[in-house]
Design a protein around this ligand. Sequence first.
Ligand SMILES: Cc1cc2nc3c(=O)[nH]c(=O)nc-3n(C[C@H](O)[C@H](O)[C@H](O)COP(=O)(O)OP(=O)(O)OC[C@H]3O[C@@H](n4cnc5c(N)ncnc54)[C@H](O)[C@@H]3O)c2cc1C
Length: 311
Amino acid sequence: MYDVIILGAGAAGLTAAVYTCRKKLKTAILSIDVGGQTNLTSHIENYPGTGPMSGIELMQRFQNEAIGFGAELIMGKANKVDKIENGFRIGLANGEEYECKALILAYGKVPKSLGIEGEEKFMGRGVSTCVTCDAPLYKNREVAVIGGGNSAVEGALELATIAKKVYLVHRRDAFRADEATVEKLKNSEQIELVLNSIPSKVIGDKNVDGIGVENIVTKEKREIKVDGVFIEIGYVVDTSFVQHLVKVNEKKEIIVDERGNTSCPGIFACGDITPVPFKQTVIAAGEGAKAALECYRWLTGGKGAVLDWTH
Ligand SMILES: Cc1cc2nc3c(=O)[nH]c(=O)nc-3n(C[C@H](O)[C@H](O)[C@H](O)COP(=O)(O)OP(=O)(O)OC[C@H]3O[C@@H](n4cnc5c(N)ncnc54)[C@H](O)[C@@H]3O)c2cc1C
């Protein structure tokens, strides 16, 4: 049995691990990937003290520190959390189970899906939720980006530097991104705007061959030939497997107090998974540190020295 299991190896979870390990708590981090959403930014320049670098490089440093202090990293997707005597049991999608005395939830957000035909079939094989990760695969090819916020607009601009043609499919006739960015979009020769339109299906047999779109004003339906589809419509918190234990708000974020306690004693939460405002890497890291110290305080019945500089 671990003292602490941390679900998620993003900025919040890896920082929490540094803190729990320095308190000599036997710690495991269970995660689908290492680095989380920060990996998606090619250039992070608002994480103080490091200087600008890629998100992947920054998160590699987080990982090295967490592992260096003794955290055990277990790769897998958690899909079950049960309360057991003296702790919790976590089930992974591959059937493995792990037990801990205290649990820190730091598993961030997952990309929203469109729920259309072909999306799941081609996910990771022509359908992507990460332009920064997958754009290089589409050199001189044709792609569609779905969405109208900053991620979609910036994604389309990034893809236009690599792909031959980019269709930007947006359900409205205006974009929510800032004006300077939208201006760049309109001036790009590679980008074709498909406005007032929603995707209806991803078409293909072995590979993606195109997408079906419907104009919601004229009701006209058309098929656009593309090799890849990028879904950039935002992120949601998946609380389906913890909702029976912790309270969530209307956005399904896990409600915490100022120390990271959830409504369930022994379960803590931190980072983008909570309602804490201004979702940023530095904020997730700070919240991870706070939740870990509170977890230590809880495990030691309030007797452990909580301030790191006291020993
Ligand atoms: C494109 C993009 C660019 C950004 N740019 C910046 C920036 O420049 N500066 C900045 O400060 N912030 C930026 N952010 C925001 C920042 O990345 C997030 O606020 C931060 O990553 C939140 O950290 P987190 O640890 O809470 O969650 P995440 O980073 O989302 O990490 C969650 C972790 O949990 C894992 N996980 C998820 N579900 C499960 C599960 N069921 N079981 C096990 N593991 C699971 C994931 O694999 C991941 O490792 C950006 C975000 C995006 C999407």
